[in-house]
Ligand binder design. Structure first.
Ligand code: EPU
Length: 416
């Protein structure tokens, strides 16, 4: 199994281009199920999760063609509206096919994702929403089986803010009979990117980006071309990596517009961050000042950046409190960071991090995608060599990581 070897202690400097957003691409590729016409997406990142989803769509009957960062999907025929356990278990986002399949085919069988490294992550809100729109839903033999001749518009209210829940229900509502209102909707930029793609396909959606989204169902959607937005979590991760190493970098093909809360914290930590058209510059001090964070739905601080901030606080000056409010088990990286010499204490959903002068390289294990990103950041600042095991987690969400880090001056090598 591949490992990543990092020789720490080098200051990151230079330029890197940010890829398209994984968490925008996943729902947007599923949106192609809603139309018989071909849809072309550009700026699609080459990641394992994207490969898994394309395979899943392929086995449903969707014709998939890929050319660099462009993907064309032709869902004129869907002969198998099923998402099997084998695929869903490797990628929870497979649940995003549920809404489009029910809306388009009147039936779907999607495996329940089950728990994962960061928490239980149920999909009850997805199911509740489809039921409110008239679907008959049974959960049997580990599968969600939903059926309805045509969905009916409804007023939906989710118990908590859910990103893929909002996306699934918004896609389903596009072909429903009448108006659907999603209250307590997620406001994440990826929801807005999906809405923009659906609108370009002929959907009638207003309010995306606010907590009330209105969708007036139409009879059918058409093909379009859509460019996926930049990955704000990849952007934030490279900003943190540069910040931790006292570096100076410029990230292109991205924008501070998507990472306001992260940039604010990096500035509190002592970094200079400047916004350019489609680029961001960051210049870090020799040593950062600790910053406390609390994760919350967008536009507040993202849970997907929590682990990376734990890593930068591990070597910053002072103490910080990190509170995780979205997932109940998202501190698995803390013990691995401790193996590198970090001073972190966990109490429930709160971690207290006392910055140390230096971390020391060691062998550590990645437990999930963002946890692995925090270990990369720690490895970049640690003395000596750090080996990260189970880096398939990294390959799910960071395109050409070694290449981009090497271009910024890091010494990183994949051991196969
Ligand atoms: N929840 C429920 N029931 C539901 C849906 C959600 O209880 O039916 C709970 C979850 O267990 C969690 C909270 O609601 O405690 C919020 O979860 P949400 O549904 O928003 O998460 P998600 O849609 O499954 C997406 C991202 C995650 C990101 C979260 C939060 C995608 C494909 N995934 O997950 O990304 O952490 O939103 O922002 O968009 C990652 O990229 O590393 C990643 C985990």
């Amino acid at each position: 199994m591949d490992k990543l070897l990092i020789e720490g202690g080098r200051r990151l400097a230079g330029e890197a281009a940010i890829s398209g957003a994984k968490n925008a691409a996943l729902p947007i590729l599923c949106a192609a199920l809603l139309t018989r016409e071909p849809v072309t997406f550009t700026n699609v990142p080459q990641l394992n999760d994207i490969g898994t989803l394309l395979k899943l769509l392929g086995q449903m009957g969707v014709k998939v063609s890929r050319d660099g960062d462009a993907v064309t999907l032709d869902a004129s025929v869907i002969d198998n509206p099923v998402a099997p356990y084998e695929m869903v278990k490797t990628m929870r986002a497979s649940i995003l096919v549920l809404g489009p399949l029910v809306a388009r085919c009147g039936e779907a069988r999607v495996s329940l994702p089950g728990g994962c490294a960061i928490g239980a992550r149920p999909v009850d809100q997805h199911i509740k929403g489809l039921q409110a729109m008239g679907a008959e839903v049974q959960v049997e033999h580990g599968y969600v089986h939903a059926m309805v001749p045509r969905l009916t518009g409804a007023r939906l209210f989710t118990d908590m803010v859910t990103v893929t829940g909002t996306e699934n229900l918004m896609m389903a509502a596009c072909l429903a009979n009448g108006e659907t209102v999603i209250e307590n909707a997620a406001r994440e930029p990826e929801v807005v990117d999906l809405a923009n793609c659906l609108i370009a396909m002929g959907a009638r959606i207003s309010g995306a980006g606010t907590d009330v989204i209105r969708i007036r169902g139409v009879e059918s959607l058409s093909g379009t071309t859509h460019r996926i937005m930049p990955d704000r979590i990849e952007t934030g991760t490279y900003l943190c990596a540069a910040a931790a190493t006292g570096g100076e970098i410029r990230l292109t093909r991205t924008s501070t517009a998507y990472v306001d809360s992260v940039v604010d914290k990096l500035m509190d930590a002592g970094c200079d961050v400047t916004s350019e058209r489609d680029a961001i510059r960051l210049k870090a001090p020799a040593r950062l000042t600790s910053v406390s964070i609390r994760t919350s739905p967008y536009p507040a601080f993202p849970t997907d950046m929590q682990a990376q901030f734990m890593a930068i606080n591990a070597v910053a000056n002072g103490a910080a409190m990190i509170r995780e409010t979205i997932f109940e088990n998202r501190f698995m990286h803390a013990v691995e960071l401790q193996r590198l010499g970090a001073d972190i204490r966990i109490d429930g959903n709160t971690a207290v991090v006392h910055g140390v002068e230096r971390l020391q390289g060691a062998t550590v294990m990645a437990t999930d995608l963002r946890a692995s990103a925090s270990l990369v950041i720690a490895g970049l600042v640690a003395d000596g060599e750090t080996v990260i095991e189970r880096i398939y987690h990294l390959d799910r969400g960071y395109e050409r990581l070694e290449e981009k880090l090497a271009a910024l001056g890091a010494r990183v090598r994949r051991l196969t």
